[in-house]
Design a protein around this ligand. Structure first.
Ligand code: ATP
Ligand code: MG
Length: 242
């Protein structure tokens, strides 16, 4: 019940988000004005060709980057008005982020990598380790908890990153190509975990994917092209049942 109450408050509103990089005199407009709203409990897939701005957008949505212009609101609050501590608290308590390139700490084993967000949230270490083991078991890595990233395959590292993103029970889960390094069977198992969270806890989920069969499992597909939204399509309930 508690979770449902917290989830009720998640609302995202992106208003004309632009990101321009200037590299050696060249202007790269990674996002050229992206606007959309996300309701509580939506499950959205972001698709688009390589370089279309998907990761750039996800970093903005995860409060890991700031736009060159435009506004981004979480729960009605403009992210631009938050100070560093408020942003850190939102990232730690509300948002689970799965990076395209895992971002695991090389000197920590799987269990310590996964437990880290709990420690940032000042949870006791014993509890954090216990939760980390459960999270690793949920992604079928119960037998690898002592392994360091270099001892794990790409797909296994991806699953450690997924376990880490879920450990603080985020109400917003942002996943950049979460199944990109996984075989289709493991990818489906991960999608099952996401769908369960979405259904049972109303977790708002946004995933980037280039796989149509993954995207079609979402409620809505936002397709990016050259830094702009090319289409924003709600998959009808009828279609998703078939
Ligand atoms: N830090 C940066 N500095 C300069 N340009 C950048 C930076 N990050 C991204 N870009 C550029 O912005 C554009 C969008 O990049 P982004 O990583 O968002 O694409 P993507 O849709 O995630 O692609 P992929 O499917 O290959 O992951 C690209 O042209 C990229 O080269
Ligand atoms: Mg990307």
């Amino acid at each position: 019940m508690n979770n449902l109450l917290t989830n009720e408050s998640i609302r995202l509103h992106a208003d004309n988000l632009k990101i321009t990089y200037i590299i050696g005199g060249n202007r790269i407009e990674a996002l050229k004005g992206v606007s959309f709203e996300v309701k509580t409990g939506e499950f959205i897939a972001i698709t688009g060709t390589s370089g279309s701005g998907k990761s750039t957008l996800m970093h903005l949505l995860g409060c890991l980057d700031v736009p060159t212009s435009g506004d981004y609101f979480i729960d009605g609050e403009n992210v631009a008005t938050m100070n560093r501590d408020e942003l850190a608290a939102i990232r730690n308590q509300k948002i689970g982020f799965i990076f395209q390139k895992f971002h695991l700490l090389p000197d920590l084993n799987a269990i310590d990598n996964v437990a880290l967000p709990q420690l940032y949230a000042e949870k006791p270490e014993v509890e954090a380790q216990k939760k980390a083991i459960q999270a690793l078991e949920s992604v079928q890595l119960g037998s690898r908890i002592d392994h360091f990233p270099f001892q794990l395959s790409g797909g296994q590292q991806q699953r450690v990153a997924i376990a880490r993103s879920l450990i603080n029970d985020p109400t917003l889960l942002l996943a950049d190509e979460p199944t990109g390094n996984l075989d289709s069977e493991t990818g489906e198992a991960i999608m099952k975990i996401f769908k369960k969270l979405n259904k049972e806890k109303q977790t708002t989920i946004i995933i980037v994917t280039h796989e149509p069969e993954i995207a079609e499992q979402a409620d809505r597909i936002i397709d990016l092209r050259d830094g702009l939204i090319k289409s924003d399509t709600k998959i009808s309930t009828l279609l998703s049942i078939v």
